[in-house]
Design a protein around this ligand. Structure first.
Ligand code: DX5
Ligand code: ZN
Length: 220
């Protein structure tokens, strides 16, 4: 398996210095930049939209891993593609036809991801796994950083690892929510190869980012 990719969630960044924060996590060893988009409707919080993402896009060459928590999601796919998304990840509950939504993302020339909420079973992937590039397992209910990791998701991660291996395709298996050094190790053992972290990366300010990212890789 590839070494684990670390995707800091800029939801936990200092928004007053967002550009500096993106440069700092890039320099600290982030593999991807995780961008959480929340609409106050699909989830009970509002973050920011494509114009903010577009403004920070030139500040790093790292891939933008865009997690859309908006409904209806289809209306905004083009805007996030144009704003510089590399991978666009959607919740099946965020629109009436998730298969069509994934087709739309692929048609935009972007990597497509599907994200499963804590109560959404792995089985929901049965007729989608052959068309996605990434599966994201939510280990908290989406909407806020700083929540506790839900242990029951480890079993789901392991089940999805088996499903991915059966496809023979290189599909990323990412986990999002409450990831710290301890839960990171358990996610990797269960088969995850990419980890989102907000609180655990941004705590302590820029001087701590490199050590925080290294700790998530198990090099603490
Ligand atoms: C939650 C978001 C996460 C969150 C992660 O809805 O999708 O990306 O910001 O933050 P932590 O690592 O603090 O749980
Ligand atoms: Zn996220």
């Amino acid at each position: 398996m590839n070494p684990v990719r670390i995707a800091p969630s800029i939801l936990s960044a200092d928004f007053a210095k967002l550009g500096e924060e993106v440069r700092a996590i890039d320099a600290a060893g982030a593999d991807w930049i995780h961008v959480d988009i929340m609409d106050g409707h699909f989830v009970p919080n509002i973050s920011f939209g494509p114009s903010v993402m577009k403004a920070i896009r030139p500040l790093t060459d790292k891939p933008f891993d865009v997690h859309l928590m908006i409904s209806p999601v289809d209306l905004y796919l083009d805007a996030f593609a144009e704003a510089g998304a590399d991978c666009i990840t959607v919740h099946p509950e965020a629109g009436p036809h998730v298969h069509r939504t994934i087709q739309h993302i692929k048609g935009l020339g972007k990597r497509a991801g599907i994200v499963l909420n804590p109560a959404t079973p792995a089985k929901m992937l049965d007729y989608l796994i052959d068309m996605v590039d990434l599966v994201l397992v939510m280990s908290v209910n989406p909407g806020f950083g700083g929540q506790h990791f839900i242990d029951s998701q480890l079993k789901k991660i392991a089940a999805i690892r088996r499903m991915i291996d059966q496809t023979g395709r290189a599909i990323d298996l990412e986990v999002d929510g409450g990831v710290d050094a301890d839960s990171a190790r358990r996610c990797i053992e269960a088969g995850a190869d990419a980890l989102v972290a907000g609180t655990a990366v941004f705590r302590g300010g820029p001087a701590a980012y490199a050590a925080n990212i290294a700790a998530l890789r198990g090099n603490g």
